[in-house]
Design a protein around this ligand. Structure first.
Ligand code: GDP
Length: 212
């Protein structure tokens, strides 16, 4: 388990992400975007900071707002980057205390996606650095592992911690994930400070291939 090596095309990745355009919102598998080319998905507990991370990474405020439009919060939202690459915003999952029915609903919507998606190259999981590894996060991590799906974790809202706490949290997370090996990587992130965006670009570039 390690931080991804900086890719050779982070700037190109940034440009590519800035081109993200809403493609389709799906509640059922038949509504998914065509399963061809390559895509990465982003997931996280509600309020963890997923939308802010997506905005920071794409440099587009309106993007995650699309996913937060009433009626779209339960959808899987597909955004195209170019003709062969996509970013997919998975619906935020409930708080740890959310009723089991809601958790089941999230699972059902996303299960079909994660288990059957051939173009999916990796999942970005957003966790609040101050409250990481909820039961649900743990289940998702184990699930990705069982699917051999690469996972990159953002410990977001890092700006809320001092440098020492940031370092300690990253270390603890790495130790916690040590059993998963190289398929799971983790980094610090902050949307308002744009801390760690280059690291995200490097990871996405390695998953999606270098943009032309
Ligand atoms: P989502 O429900 O996971 O999409 O979470 P949002 O992106 O809407 O963020 C939830 C709250 O956390 C909002 O009030 C954001 O402004 C705040 N937030 C998100 N990311 C950060 C961050 O990196 N730093 C700080 N300080 N606040 C953040």
């Amino acid at each position: 388990m390690s931080t991804p090596r900086p890719g050779s095309h982070p700037v190109a990745m940034k440009t590519l992400l800035s081109k993200a355009k809403f493609l389709v919102g799906a509640r059922r598998a038949v509504q998914f975007a065509e399963d061809e080319g390559m895509e990465v998905a982003i997931a996280g507990r509600s309020n963890a900071g997923k939308s802010s991370a997506l905005n920071a990474i794409t440099g587009q405020r309106g993007l995650a707002r699309t996913s937060k439009t009433p009626g779209r919060t339960r959808e899987i939202n597909f955004f195209s980057l170019d003709s062969t690459r996509r970013v997919v915003d998975l619906p935020g999952y409930g708080y740890a205390r959310a009723p089991e029915a809601i958790r089941r609903e999230w699972g059902h919507t996303v299960e079909r996606y994660l288990e059957g998606r051939r173009s999916l190259r990796g999942l970005v999981l957003v966790m609040d650095v101050r409250h990481p590894f909820t039961d649900f996060d743990e289940r998702l991590i184990a699930w990705c592992d069982s699917l051999s799906l690469p996972l990159h974790i953002l410990l977001t809202k890092s700006d809320k911690l001092g440098k020492n706490r940031q370092r300690a949290s990253l270390l603890e997370a790495r130790q916690h994930l040590a059993g998963y090996g190289d398929r799971v990587t983790v980094q610090l992130f902050s949307a308002p400070k744009r801390l760690g965006v280059e690291e995200v670009y490097a990871c996405l570039a390695s998953w999606l291939g270098a943009p032309a």
